[in-house]
Design a protein around this ligand. Structure first.
Ligand SMILES: Cc1cc2nc3c(=O)[nH]c(=O)nc-3n(C[C@H](O)[C@H](O)[C@H](O)COP(=O)(O)O)c2cc1C
Length: 402
């Protein structure tokens, strides 16, 4: 029976020392030129020292003109190689591995950033926060090929800087997820229509990366189990994509779900949302599987590994609340992490700014971890609201996420 502290071999030369994986959390710590900062580097050193085996960075954008939110890091060339080297070094302290998550937001780039975002097709966002996003235009065939190259180039820079691997972000309704979804992708060229066509951009990115990075460099994929929407990306499609990517040689599949219109990706107190799906995936592929979303107890994490329902436990918010969770787990001091609903105590206001406060709270706590300060456990939303205004001014009021 596998134990949560057993190692996991991903490629001939890459072994993850235990089964804890920090899932991507957009740190929003890039400077005004989209460069990594000392704060970001310090944060990863703290997480690595906390005992986590694999650290996935927050999403790094591959195109300066297409960003998902304030504080994004962008990689288009080697201009920041020295800073990236420091980031990789901090993230590999204490035997940890660090993978850089690469992303393009597609139409999920807010008004405050994109006058006219791009997407596979000109299908506007829906849902209560859709007012925060301008309607997208459809990418041309040539632009798609340029974006493929941008993903590949960024991965090459990540390897050069000393990152242990990369993760392609094809979940949560961003560009690659938009291509996979028949709702968002209504193209009639080779990038739309059949599932084979909808996943073509992903396959081109992966095979292009593999060619440049070599067989031994880990490439992971974050993918939705479904986007939980009629006419969208279904579980059946997701399984087929995973099977194909596994055949092509991807080294790790991370299971998640939802998008900005149906944000099932985050919830509080609902338990681990995608375990059933992850165990289905494990039955059809040999590639290691990580499952992210909703873990909170030591028992739940251990059992998932022991029952072979997943190979890695992806933790996002829990590792902000308890950055040294694996160390505490090892010494028997960790049993459960509680996530709090933040409230202003004004219910009309909570409804309007709930998601902003939620994100802002984690952004604030990551800054505390970077400084070596304890995380603030609170249900009071006012400080997080203040932080959002300090960082973003009045544009904080326009949602950046669903
Ligand atoms: C503040 C915040 C930022 C996030 N940023 C990213 C991101 O950049 N990339 C990504 O794939 N997921 C991102 N996520 C989603 C998490 O990786 C994870 O899938 C989700 O929070 C559920 O896991 P949890 O219950 O362990 O928090 C973010 C989540 C939060 C709370």
């Amino acid at each position: 029976m596998t134990n949560i502290f057993d190692s996991l071999q991903l490629t001939d030369s890459t072994t993850i020392k235990n089964r804890f994986m920090k899932a991507a959390i957009s740190e929003t710590m890039g400077d005004k030129n989209y460069r990594p900062t000392k704060e970001l580097i310090d944060l990863y050193r703290a997480w690595a020292n906390g005992g986590t085996g694999l650290l996935i960075t927050g999403n790094v954008m591959v195109d300066q003109t297409a960003r998902g939110e304030f504080g994004n890091i962008v990689i288009e060339d080697t201009r920041d190689l020295d800073l990236l080297k420091q980031w990789a070094q901090a993230g590999t302290t204490n035997g940890a591995k660090i993978f850089m998550q690469l992303n393009h937001p597609g139409k999920q780039s807010p008004k405050t950033i994109s006058k006219q975002p791009v997407s596979p097709s000109a299908v506007a966002m829906a849902g209560s926060n859709s007012f925060a996003f301008n309607p997208p235009r459809a990418l041309t065939n040539v632009e798609i090929k340029t974006i493929v190259q941008k993903f590949i180039n960024a991965a090459v820079v990540a390897k050069k800087a000393g990152f242990s691997g990369v993760e392609i972000h094809a979940a949560h309704g961003y560009l690659l997820s938009q291509f996979l979804s028949p709702h968002d992708n209504q193209r009639v060229d080779e990038y739309g229509g059949s599932l084979e066509n909808r996943m073509r951009i992903l396959v081109e990115i992966y095979t292009g990366m593999r060619e440049k990075l070599g067989d031994d460099f880990p490439i992971a994929l974050k993918i939705n189990s479904s986007d939980f929407r009629e006419g969208g990306f279904s579980e059946e499609d997701s399984l087929k994509v995973i099977q194909k990517m596994s055949q092509l040689g991807i080294n790790l599949i991370e299971i998640s779900g939802g998008n900005y219109e149906k944000p099932t990706v985050q919830g509080i107190g609902k338990g681990a949302f995608f375990i059933d799906y992850a165990s289905k995936v494990k039955k059809i592929i040999d590639t290691p599987v990580a499952v992210t979303g909703g873990f909170s107890t030591a028992n739940g994490m251990s059992k998932t590994i022991e029952n072979n329902e997943a190979d890695l436990i992806g933790l996002a918010r829990p590792l902000v609340m308890v950055p040294d969770l694996p160390n505490q787990f090892e010494t028997g001091n960790f049993t459960v992490v509680n996530l709090h609903h933040l409230t202003t105590k004004i219910s009309g206001l909570d409804k309007k700014i709930g998601s902003l406060v939620g994100l802002s709270y984690y952004q604030q706590q990551m800054r505390r971890i970077a400084k070596g300060l304890p995380v603030q456990v609170t249900d009071n939303a006012w400080s997080s609201l203040g932080f959002a205004f300090k960082k973003q001014g009045l544009s904080a009021l326009i949602p950046q996420r669903g």
